[in-house]
Design a protein around this ligand. Structure first.
Ligand code: B3K
Ligand code: ZN
Length: 876
C-alpha cells in the first residue's frame, strides 16, 4: 500500500458535470449502467489520460459518445480504468456488474438482512461503478433503481422522486433527481421492504418539507424521538446559523449492519439502527441522547459537508470538526450545557488524548495517509470540534456567526479547505490566525504548566504559564500554539475582580498564551486566591498546576465553573487512587484520604446541586483512563486501588447513598428530559455503590429495581449491578437475571447488544472465557459491526483488567479477531487494533506480548490497507 500526501494535491484532468445511473438489482448480482457527462480541465493537455477509480467491479462495456471505445484505447487493473485519446467533452457510458450479497465490507452497495443499501464515504463509490471518486468532483445525479416489486417495494435515492413505473417480470423502478451538485461520497441508494413514519416541517421561508423515517414494521413505535430530534435540528439550524433545508423531502433509513453511526447522504441519510430507534422500554437515556445528537449531526451536514464540502480527504475535519461543534452546541441547548461539556471532555481525554500521544497521532489536518478510512478518528472529529470551539470563543457569538455566514455564502456548491474556513473567520474579525493555524498542522496534546504566586504585601497574584508539546510521529519540535486559557481567581466569598496591567477584566478572563513562557500579574488581589484554570475546558490541552488537596477541595466546593469543579474532583480521585496503588504494590495498607469521601459527602448533601453533575463527580476515573494517564502503569495495582476505594466510599457513605437513592425514585411518566435523566443517573450511581455491599439486602434492592423498572435505563443499571456483584448472594440470582433479560428481549437486536455489553465489560475474573462463550451464543454474529463492538471492542477497550491478563491471552484473542475480521470487514478490523497499539506505554511484561500479537497480525496473509497502516504504524 502506498502513502498519499496533501502536498501532492492537484485538480483532476477531467470533471464530471452530470451523472446518470441505472441499477438493475437482482438476488445475486447488480448491473450498474453509468452515463457520465465529462469535460477536460481547461489547463490539462489534450492527451491527458482519464483515470477512473474502480474496485471489485466486472466491466461489461465502455462507450464514449455512444460508440464502443476501442480496446487499445483503454486499460483496466484492479483499482482503475484508464482511457486515452478522448475528446474535450464527451459522455462516458460504462456497464459494470457487482455482487452486493457477497460484500461483507459494508462499503459500496451491500445487503443488510434482506435490503440493499450503500455506504460511499470516503471511497466506497468506486465499489459501485467506475468514477472519479474524489470529493472535488461534484456533479448532478439522476438515479434509476430497478428491482423486484414484491420484495423491494421501496426504491430510494438522493433528491426528489421524478418517475416511477412497472416493468416486466414483477419488477418496478423509481427515478430520483438530486439537483444539488455533489461528490460521489454523498450518493445513496436503498431498495427494501420497510415501513415509514412521516411528518412535515415548514422551513423559515415557508417551504413544506416531507420528513420520512424508514424502519422495520416492529420498530414503528421507536421513531418518535428521532423525528422530534430532526425537527428540533431543522429549527435550530435556521435560528442559530440561518441555514434552511433545501429539498422537498428528507429521508432517514435505519439499517442493522453498518460500520459507524450514520451517514449524511444528500436527502437520504442512512443510519445504524442504534442511532435512530429509541423507546422507553428498550433504550437507555444515554442512547436517547445519542440518537438526538447523531440525527442533528447528520442533518447539520446538509450545510457543513454537503452544500460546502471538502476539496480532498485531508480536509475531513473541515466538515467533521465543524459539524461536531454544531451538534454539541445543539445538544447543549436542548439539555444541560455543563453536563454535555463534561461528557465531551471526558470522552476527549479518555480516547483522543491517548490517540494523540500514540503511534497514530496526526494533526486535525493530516499531511499524509495510506487508508483514509483510518482517519475517521477522535482527533479529526473531537479535537476538530475543540479547535472550532476555540475559534468561536475567540470571535464571540456575533462575529463567529458572521464568519459562518460568509463561509456558507462564499463557498456554496464548492469543495474547499480548512484554510478557506479560517480565512473567513480572519476576514470578519480582522484577527490574525497565523499562529492559531498550528492547531491544524501539529499533532499532540499541548501541555500547560501553570504556577501561581501570591504577594500579600503588593496584593498581586502572578500566574506563570509555560507551554510545550510532546513529539509525535514526524514532528519532533513544534512552534508554540496560541492557547486561549480561560481563568478566574476564587476567593473566600466568590470570584475576585481581575486587573491586568491597569485594565479591568471583570471576574473571568481569557489569557492568550502564545509564547513558550509567559507571566500574568494581577493587581489589587486582596486575599490569597485559588486559581480556576481552563474554565469550561477552553482549550484541548493537558494542564498541570500543583494544587494541594485542600485547594482541590476548595475548588470542588466554591468554583463557579462546572467543568472546573468536576475536574478538581477528578484530580483528587486520581491522586488518591495513585497513592493507594503504590501502597498495594508495596504490600502496605494505607488509610484512604478522608478528604475525598468528605467531598463526596458534601456533594450528596447539597440539595441545590445539579444531580447529573453529582453523579458525574461521584464516578471515579475509569481504569482504562488511569492506564492511559499514568506512565508504565501497574494495571493490577490500579484496578485493586480503584475497586477498594469504591468499596470504601460505599461503606462510608452508605446511609447517605441510600437516602439519595430513595429520594431520586420517581413514578412520574418517563421522559428523556435533562431533568429526569439527571435524576436517574444519580439514583443509578447510588445503586452501583450500594451494590458493592455484600449483604443480602443489596441484592434484593437490585432485584427490586430490575422488576419495577419501566424503562431500560433503570433495568440495565440493575442488570449491570447484578452482573458486577461479587457477593455470594448474587451467584444464582445473576444467571437468573441474565436469562430473564435475554428471553424477554431476544427479538430486539439493540437490547440484546446491551446485554452483551454488560457482560463484556464485567471486570470479575474469568473475562476471556465469558467472552468466548458470548461469541458462541446465538446472539453473536461476527459480520455485524454492532455485535463486534458490543463484545470484542468493549472487552479489549474497556475491560482493562481482563484484557491485560498476565498470560497475554487477551492479546492473542484480539490478534485472532483482527485477522478474521481483516478478511470480512477491514474498517472494523482496523479500529480494533487500537488497544494493542499502546504496547510501548505498558511495562515490558505486557508490552512485549502485545507487540508479538501485532507482529503476528503483520505477517498474516492478505492484509487490507486499513489493517496494514494501523499495525505498521503501531510497530514503528
Ligand atoms: N461522514 C460519516 C462518516 C463516514 C465514515 C466513513 N468510513 C458520518 C458522519 O461523520 O456524520
Ligand atoms: Zn460527520
Amino acid at each position: 500500500p502506498s502513502t498519499i500526501y496533501l502536498k501532492d494535491y492537484r485538480q483532476p484532468d477531467y470533471w464530471i458535470t452530470e451523472t446518470g445511473l441505472r441499477f438493475e438489482l437482482f438476488e445475486e448480482r447488480a448491473v450498474v449502467h453509468s452515463e457520465l457527462q465529462m469535460h477536460r480541465h481547461a489547463d490539462s493537455p489534450a492527451d491527458a489520460e482519464l483515470v477512473l477509480h474502480g474496485v471489485e467491479l466486472k466491466l461489461l462495456s465502455v462507450k464514449v459518445d455512444g460508440q464502443p471505445w476501442p480496446q487499445d484505447k483503454y486499460s483496466v487493473d484492479d483499482k482503475t480504468l484508464t482511457l486515452r485519446d478522448l475528446p474535450e467533452s464527451f459522455v462516458l457510458a460504462c456497464v459494470t456488474e457487482i455482487e452486493p450479497h457477497k460484500n461483507t465490507s459494508l462499503e459500496g452497495l451491500y445487503k443488510s438482512r434482506s435490503m440493499f443499501c450503500t455506504q460511499c464515504e470516503a471511497e466506497g463509490f468506486r465499489k459501485i461503478t467506475y468514477y472519479i471518486d474524489r470529493p472535488d468532483v461534484m456533479s448532478v445525479f439522476t438515479t434509476r433503481v430497478e428491482a423486484d416489486k414484491s420484495q423491494f417495494p421501496l426504491l430510494l435515492s438522493n433528491g426528489n422522486a421524478i418517475e416511477r413505473g412497472e416493468l416486466a417480470d414483477g419488477r418496478h423502478y423509481a427515478t430520483w433527481l438530486d439537483p444539488f451538485k455533489k461528490p460521489a461520497y454523498l450518493f445513496a441508494l436503498v431498495a427494501a421492504d420497510l415501513e415509514v413514519v412521516e411528518d412535515r416541517f415548514t422551513t423559515c421561508s415557508g417551504r413544506d418539507v416531507l420528513l420520512q423515517i424508514f424502519v422495520e414494521a416492529k420498530d414503528l413505535d421507536k421513531c418518535a424521538h428521532a423525528m422530534l430530534s430532526l425537527k428540533n435540528s431543522m429549527r435550530w439550524d435556521e435560528e442559530t446559523y440561518g441555514r434552511e433545508y433545501d429539498l422537498d423531502i428528507f429521508m432517514i433509513v435505519a439499517v442493522d449492519d453498518f460500520n459507524m453511526g450514520a451517514m449524511e447522504n444528500k436527502g437520504l441519510n442512512i443510519f445504524n439502527t442504534s442511532c435512530v430507534l429509541a423507546a422507553q422500554e428498550t433504550t437507555t437515556d444515554a442512547a436517547f441522547q445519542r440518537v438526538e445528537g447523531v440525527v442533528a449531526h447528520e442533518y447539520f451536514h446538509n450545510w457543513s459537508g454537503n452544500r460546502v464540502t471538502c476539496r480532498d480527504w485531508f480536509q475531513l475535519s473541515l466538515k467533521e470538526g465543524f459539524t461536531v461543534y454544531r451538534d454539541s452546541e445543539f445538544s447543549s441547548d436542548m439539555n444541560s450545557r455543563t453536563v454535555k461539556r463534561v461528557e465531551d471532555v471526558q470522552h476527549l481525554r479518555s480516547i483522543q488524548f491517548p490517540e494523540d500521544a500514540g503511534p497514530m497521532a496526526h494533526p486535525i489536518r493530516p499531511a499524509s495517509f495510506i487508508e483514509i478510512s483510518n482517519f475517521y478518528t477522535m482527533t479529526i472529529y473531537e479535537k476538530g470540534n475543540e479547535v472550532v470551539r476555540m475559534i468561536a470563543n475567540l470571535l464571540g457569538k456575533e462575529l463567529f456567526r458572521r464568519g459562518c455566514d460568509l463561509y456558507f455564502e462564499r463557498f456554496d456548491g464548492q469543495a474547499v479547505t480548512t484554510d478557506d474556513f479560517v480565512a473567513c473567520m480572519a476576514e470578519v474579525s480582522g484577527r490574525d490566525f497565523s499562529q492559531f493555524q498550528h492547531w491544524y498542522e501539529q499533532a499532540g496534546t499541548p501541555r500547560l504548566a501553570v504556577a501561581g504566586q501570591y504577594d500579600a504585601e503588593a496584593q498581586t497574584y502572578t500566574l506563570t504559564v509555560e507551554q510545550s508539546c510532546p513529539a509525535t510521529p514526524g514532528q519532533a519540535v513544534k512552534p508554540n500554539f496560541h492557547i486561549p486559557l480561560a481563568m478566574a481567581l476564587v476567593g473566600r466569598r466568590g470570584l475576585l475582580p481581575l486587573e491586568l496591567e491597569g485594565e479591568s477584566h471583570g471576574v473571568e478572563t481569557v489569557l492568550d498564551v502564545t509564547e513558550k513562557q509567559q507571566q500574568f500579574v494581577f493587581s489589587g488581589v486582596s486575599e490569597k486566591p485559588v486559581p480556576s484554570l481552563l474554565r469550561d475546558f477552553s482549550a484541548p490541552v493537558n494542564l498541570s498546576c500543583a494544587y494541594s488537596r485542600d485547594q482541590l477541595l476548595f475548588l470542588i466546593a466554591n468554583d463557579t465553573d462546572g467543568f472546573c469543579r468536576w475536574d478538581a474532583m477528578q484530580q483528587l480521585a486520581v491522586a488518591v487512587i495513585s497513592e493507594q496503588a503504590e501502597a498495594w504494590r508495596a504490600g502496605e495498607s494505607l488509610v484512604v484520604d478522608v478528604r475525598l469521601v468528605q467531598a463526596m459527602r458534601q456533594l450528596l448533601q447539597d440539595e441545590s446541586a445539579d444531580r447529573a453533575m453529582v453523579a458525574l463527580m461521584l464516578a471515579l476515573p475509569s481504569l482504562p483512563y488511569l492506564v492511559d494517564l499514568l506512565d508504565s502503569p501497574d494495571i493490577e495495582a490500579l484496578h485493586h486501588a480503584r475497586a477498594t476505594l469504591r468499596q470504601h466510599i460505599s461503606g462510608e457513605l452508605q446511609a447517605l447513598l441510600l437516602d439519595t437513592y430513595h429520594s431520586n425514585m420517581s413514578d412520574v411518566e418517563y421522559q428523556p428530559s435533562a431533568e429526569q435523566i439527571a435524576q436517574r443517573s444519580l439514583k443509578n450511581a447510588c445503586l452501583a455503590y450500594l451494590s458493592l455491599q455484600s449483604d443480602f439486602s443489596a441484592i434484593e434492592r437490585i432485584q427490586q429495581q430490575y422488576q419495577d423498572a419501566d424503562n431500560m435505563t433503570d433495568k440495565l443499571a440493575a442488570l449491570a449491578a447484578m452482573v458486577n456483584s461479587n457477593s455470594l448472594h448474587a451467584e444464582t440470582a445473576k444467571q437468573a437475571m441474565l436469562d430473564d433479560f435475554y428471553h424477554a428481549w431476544k427479538h430486539e437486536a439493540l437490547v440484546v447488544n446491551q446485554w452483551l455489553q454488560v457482560q463484556s465489560a464485567c471486570a470479575l475474573p474469568g473475562g476471556l472465557e465469558r467472552i468466548k462463550a458470548l461469541m458462541a451464543h446465538e446472539a453473536f454474529d461476527i459480520k455485524n459491526p454492532n455485535k463486534v463492538r458490543s463484545v470484542i471492542s468493549i472487552f479489549c477497550g474497556q475491560n482493562a483488567i481482563n484484557f491485560h491478563d498476565a498470560s497475554g491471552s487477551g492479546y492473542e484473542f484480539l490478534a485472532d479477531q483482527v485477522i478474521e475480521l481483516n478478511a470480512l470487514n477491514p474498517q472494523i478490523a482496523s479500529r480494533m487494533i487500537v488497544p494493542l497499539s499502546k504496547w510501548r506505554r505498558l511495562p515490558a511484561a505486557q508490552g512485549d506480548k502485545m507487540k508479538l500479537a501485532l507482529e503476528r497480525i503483520m505477517t498474516s496473509p492478505n492484509l487490507s490497507s486499513d489493517v496494514f497502516e494501523m499495525v505498521s504504524k503501531a510497530l514503528k
